[in-house]
Each structure stands twice: as structure tokens, then as C-alpha cells.
Ligand binder design. Structure first.
Ligand SMILES: Cc1cc2nc3c(=O)[nH]c(=O)nc-3n(C[C@H](O)[C@H](O)[C@H](O)COP(=O)(O)OP(=O)(O)OC[C@H]3O[C@@H](n4cnc5c(N)ncnc54)[C@H](O)[C@@H]3O)c2cc1C
Ligand code: SF4
Ligand code: SF4
Ligand code: SF4
Length: 380
């Protein structure tokens, strides 16, 4: 698998029964599978379960899976839950529905060092740590997909929520369509490097004990969200668009190379629900936008639609045209284009992380403002 195609979904790592595959970090801090040829028996299973290799072989199946496809602008009526979530908080009511059925929910949480990892929620209280977008790639493991398979085989309801490449990886790994499996994927511009995130934390909060991180704090409004960190020494809050780490994401430098060539950004997906921020559409439906979080939701399958109908008293929603969702949220179907200077960014990051963030990741508007200031100075 070419380096710039592998998404790090870990389906191959999970499937290899001979323990021939391990995941190793590259110099940008992304994990990739490596094969120990002394253990490999050439069975070919890792290629069979790879969702990138198998993508186009499954087009027909994927189209059949998407047997309903309806779009909504939606928000959770529970305002406390919505405060914690990144968008309209649609994930928690779906997760609670699964827990009420005696099922388990698997999503992404922070560990004690603020790395992202898979975590299982068995109670409604457990769901809280899965809420909120963590803008860094989840650690690859070879236990989560196997755990999900084992739970499904006992007949339990399971909800898996992840990026589209992870959902496709899971479904490829399972190779069976389980009625008791529900999946959520997210619209994404791409997934950032955990190494860049840790360098950011060490550079700007190195002497502090970090207690809480929220990439999309909504106190000044969901549409102009803040980046928020609480440490043992202070509370740090700044507009998301000004934050240097998020700028390294908006500029595309910290993104996984596969995200520039992602095959999964399509209307047809193997997930029951696709969730996103309701950018664009919300201006047309002010009646449900209170600027505390609004989601675009695409329900792909009949199974998902049946669940969705049972949430009617927990979610306010308005049905919207799929083309409007797509117009407001182009990364549903389009890949972000890489911006130059990536090599320079990593080179400087390794030697002088402070300089890499401070000099290269300043927001564009600041650049323009500084040019205007320089021009003004010439005339004064
Ligand atoms: C890396 C990334 C990029 C995104 N890019 C966009 C974008 O360009 N446009 C857009 O409209 N929306 C984007 N989103 C999605 C958006 O931020 C919200 O996650 C989504 O709208 C769901 O909101 P919610 O309020 O319903 O969920 P919440 O209640 O906030 O729950 C968040 C869900 O996301 C999952 N999750 C969080 N972090 C990760 C992670 N690192 N990897 C896998 N799953 C994770 C959690 O398990 C949980 O299920 C992105 C999300 C991520 C993680
Ligand atoms: S070919 Fe089979 S044994 Fe070899 S790495 Fe792939 S899954 Fe493992
Ligand atoms: S299965 Fe996933 S991790 Fe393995 S090669 Fe394919 S994309 Fe990469
Ligand atoms: S763009 Fe999103 S779905 Fe595609 S490879 Fe990157 S993280 Fe995965």
C-alpha cells in the first residue's frame, strides 16, 4: 500500500492472525502498518480487509446499503449535552438509544496525556468522554475491531463512531453485515498528526499539568468557536481561527497524506449516519439555530432511519436537501488540496517547534494585517 493511500485504519493490523503486522510511526507522526516477513504466511487477508484496496469492488454494495439517504439540520434538545458536543450533539442521543438497548458504544476519547484513543461506553455517563471532536488521529490498535466483532456475535447492539475510513475499515474487517451494528461517520477535511499535537502542547503548555481540552468551546458561539485548555495554572481560550495548532490543520500541514486522496468522501457511505457542522444551511433556517451548535445529518440506511424516528422527542430537526448540505459542507465529497511548505513545516518543527508554530502557522488575516501595517508605515 502506497504511503499516501494508507489511512491507518488498522483493519489489516486487526485481521492478521499471525501477528506479522505492527504499526509504526513515520517522521510526521502518523502510524503505518509494517509486515514482519519472517512471520507472514502470505495468506493475503490483509489485502482482502483493506478498505482502500477494496473500495471500488464495494461500490454496488455501498449503493445498496444507502437505501434511504435523507438530510437534516438538527440539534439535541438537551442543552447541557449540546454544550459539551462539537456541533448539534446528535451523537449522544444515538449513543443513549444503544445503551438503553443494553448495547455498547465505541468512540474516541482522550487518554491521560491527551492522545486520542478508542474507548468503550457501557453507561450513559461514559458517553461524555466520547463527545467533542478531537482534532488528531486516534491511536491505531488491534483490539477494538475484534472487541466489536465479539460483542456483535453475542447479539448485543453496538454503535461505532469514527472517521469514514475507520467505519469502512471496520466493515471490511467484519466481512458480515450485522443487523445489530450501527455506525456513525463524520464529515472531515482530514485528520491531524498526533505528534504535531503533542509538540504544540509541549511547546506552549510544557510546564503545566493539562486538565481539560476542548477544540470547539462554544461560549462565544458555535459558529466562531474557541480553542480551550484548562491547566493547573490557568485557563487558556482563544478563537479557533487564531489558534496556531488549528491553523496547522487549516493550512493542511499536519494532515495525514491519505486525506488528500481520500476515496471515502462520497455521498454513498457504509455508515448509518454522517454527522457534520451545519455550515451554510443554518442561515436559511434561523428558527432552529441558537448558535449553540447545529448539525447536518445524513441518514443513509433504513435501519438508521428507523432509529432516527425514535429520537423525535430528543432532537429538533428540519429536513433539508442533500445538495444544500453538500454546498454548505464541501468536504462531504471533496478532498482538501495540500498547501506548499509542508516539508519546511516539519523540518522547522523538529528543530524549533516554537518557531514552526509562531512563524508559519499565523492566520492568513494576520499576514494581511501586517502587510497593511507595513504599507501604512511607508507612508507615515
Ligand atoms: C478530525 C476531524 C475533522 C472534522 N472536520 C470537519 C469538517 O471539515 N466539517 C464538518 O462539518 N465537520 C467536521 N468534523 C465533525 C464535527 O466536528 C463533529 O464531530 C460532528 O459534527 C459531530 O458532532 P456532534 O456534536 O454530533 O458530536 P459530539 O457529541 O461532539 O461527538 C463527537 C463524535 O466524534 C467522534 N470523534 C471525536 N474525535 C474523533 C477522532 N479524532 N477520530 C474519530 N472520531 C472522533 C467521537 O467518538 C464522537 O462520536 C470533524 C471532526 C473531526 C474529529
Ligand atoms: S499476508 Fe496474511 S500473514 Fe501476511 S501480513 Fe497479511 S494477513 Fe498477515
Ligand atoms: S487496512 Fe487500513 S491501515 Fe492497513 S493498509 Fe489498508 S488503509 Fe492502511
Ligand atoms: S479524509 Fe477523513 S475519512 Fe478520509 S482518510 Fe482522512 S480522516 Fe479518513
Amino acid at each position: 500500500m502506497a504511503h499516501d493511500r494508507c489511512t491507518g485504519c488498522a483493519a489489516c493490523f486487526s485481521a492478521c492472525a499471525h501477528r506479522a503486522i505492527s504499526m509504526k510511526y513515520d517522521n510526521e507522526g502518523f502510524e503505518y502498518p509494517y509486515i514482519d516477513t519472517s512471520r507472514c504466511v502470505d495468506c493475503g487477508l490483509c489485502q482482502i480487509v483493506c478498505p482502500v484496496i477494496q473500495y471500488s469492488n464495494k461500490n454496488e454494495l455501498r449503493n445498496d446499503f444507502c437505501d434511504i439517504q435523507r438530510g437534516y439540520a438538527a440539534r439535541n434538545v438537551n442543552i447541557q449535552q449540546r454544550e459539551i458536543s462539537s456541533s448539534g450533539s446528535i451523537f449522544p442521543p444515538i449513543a443513549e438509544w444503544i445503551i438503553d438497548k443494553g448495547g455498547v458504544v465505541i468512540g474516541t476519547a482522550f487518554d491521560d496525556s491527551f492522545n486520542a484513543k478508542h474507548q468503550v461506553a457501557r453507561t450513559k455517563d461514559d458517553i461524555v468522554s466520547l463527545q467533542g471532536s478531537k482534532y488528531l488521529q486516534c491511536k491505531a490498535d488491534n483490539t477494538t475491531f475484534k472487541f466489536i466483532r465479539d460483542e456483535l456475535r453475542t447479539g448485543k447492539y453496538v454503535l461505532y463512531s469514527g472517521m469514514a475510513c475507520q467505519v469502512e475499515g471496520l466493515k471490511s474487517f467484519l466481512r458480515t453485515d450485522y443487523d445489530n451494528l450501527y455506525t456513525i461517520d463524520l464529515v472531515c477535511m482530514g485528520i491531524p498528526s498526533p505528534m504535531v499535537w503533542q509538540k504544540y502542547l509541549r511547546t506552549f503548555f510544557g510546564n503545566e499539568h493539562i486538565l481539560h481540552v476542548n477544540f470547539k468551546e462554544k461560549s462565544i458561539g458555535w459558529d466562531s468557536f474557541c480553542f480551550y485548555i484548562r491547566t493547573d495554572k490557568r485557563e487558556y481560550k482563544e478563537r479557533g481561527m487564531k489558534n496556531l495548532y488549528l491553523q496547522s490543520m487549516f493550512k493542511s500541514w499536519n494532515m495525514r497524506p491519505s486525506c488528500f486522496r481520500c476515496p471515502f468522501k462520497k455521498r454513498q457511505r457504509f455508515s448509518d449516519f454522517t454527522l457534520a457542522d451545519c455550515w451554510g444551511v443554518y442561515k436559511k433556517i434561523p428558527e432552529i439555530n441558537d448558535n449553540k451548535g447545529l448539525s447536518s445529518v445524513i441518514v443513509h440506511s433504513k435501519k438508521g432511519y428507523n432509529l432516527w424516528q425514535e429520537l423525535a422527542n430528543k432532537i429538533d430537526f428540519v429536513e433539508v436537501d442533500m445538495d444544500e448540505i453538500r454546498a454548505g459542507n464541501p468536504y462531504l465529497v471533496l478532498n482538501k488540496q495540500p498547501i506548499g511548505n509542508r516539508e519546511l513545516f516539519y523540518k522547522i518543527l523538529n528543530e524549533h517547534p516554537y518557531k514552526a508554530f509562531q512563524k508559519l502557522c499565523i492566520p492568513q488575516e494576520n499576514n494581511i494585517q501586517s502587510i497593511i501595517k507595513k504599507i501604512k508605515r511607508l507612508f507615515v
